[in-house]
Structures are given as C-alpha cells and as structure tokens.
Design a protein around this ligand. Sequence first.
Ligand code: ZN
Length: 252
Amino acid sequence: MPAYLFPVAGVLLGLIIGSFLATLILRWPEGRSVITGRSSCDHCGHQLRARELIPVGSFLLQSGKCRQCGSKIASDHVAIEIAAALIGGLALFAAPDVQGVTGAVYGWLLLTLAALDVKHHWLPDRLTVILALSGLLASLLMVAPTFLDRLTGGLAGYASLAILAAAYKFVRGRDGLGGGDPKMLGAIGCWLGWQALPLVILGASLVGILVAISWRLRGENVTRESMLPLGSLMAVAAFPIWLYQTANVGLY
Ligand SMILES: [Zn+2]
C-alpha cells in the first residue's frame, strides 16, 4: 500500500468510528444501548435507512434536515464524525504504520472523553481506564515513549492533579477540579510519558484562553461557571502533542 493511502484510510475509518462514537456520546449518558436500537430521528422517531446513515454524507445530502419531518439534525453528530475523520487522517499522516493506528485510537478516545466532559461534565472511569491501559499496552508495540516513561507519566499525572485538588479544597473549602481530571491527566501521561505532562497543562490553558476569547468576541459573557471543564481542555491539547512527539521521535 503506497504511503499516501494511509491517511486516506485513516479518514475513512475515522468517519465510520466517528459515527459510532457520536451515537455512544448521545446514548451513554441516557443509559441507552449503543449496539441495540436502530438510529432514528430525535423529533419524529423516523427510523433511518442505510442511505441516511452515511457519516457526514447524509447530513450534507439532506442539508442537515430529517427526510421525514424536516427538523434539523443535531450538528454535534456530524461534528464528532468530522473530528474523528481528522484524527484518523492526521495520525496516519504523522506515522503511516502501527504507531499511527495506535495514535488514532488514542485520539478517538480523547475525542469521546472531551465531548462527554463538555456536554455532561462527566469523564467516565471506564473510559479513562481504557485510555490509560491502551497507552501502556501501546509501548509493547515498540512505539515511543518507553513503558517506564508512560507508567511514570500515569502516576505523576494523576498524583500532581490529585494533590492540587486536595490543596485547593483545603485552602478554599470547595472543589476546584472535577473528580475525573486527575485520572484524565494520568491516562494522558500513559500515552505521552511524564516528560510531556507540563506541556499538556500549558496546552490546556492555551486552549481554555482561546475558547474564552472566541466567546468574548461572539459577545458571550465568560464567567468561572461558563468555562470549559479542565478534562476536555487537556484532551484537546493532548492530541496535537502526540502528533508533535510522533513527528519528532518516532519508533525507538
Ligand atoms: Zn424526523
């Protein structure tokens, strides 16, 4: 397979996986099954047929409206599909090999966690554990960083935010961080290694500032409460850092 086909395959795979993830993000918080139950319109219950289930394509063909009742389809769904396609394409562009595939999996997990955190302020333990374990396992494929750097990253990432959260609570008498945030940084550490942890926090702060500025420019009020949760900011920062790391380090 010629190298340029890998990113293309990543985009196509990303579209399919993104469609699944978008359904998961919608249904999981409601306690609904992702596997069973056909997809249907949220407004009229019209069951979607095969040609209405094409990731992104159906949305464009139907100009974002239900074929049956004409009500608008939630654009979140298509946004998740596009993001997943971008992640797959970029990961396999940065590394057209097994490392790129692991990077795509990493990105798709981050995307799911970020979306759940933004919409529901919820970082499911099950998902952060999968992110952490898959990161440790990826080192077995001889993909940088080493297992020890990843394990240290996991422990240091978790401990640093857990200590910070405890200190904040001691001083201010209330929670300053979400309960899932230390686990999230630990799981990211299991992918990027301990060396990248300060960069993740820095990146998350930058993303947070950019989001706040864009809200201000749109005339929205930015308060403490309206800020995006830290977990989602770390997730958004953590994928570009992987891309950067991969382009510069590669296999060890
Ligand atoms: Zn409908």
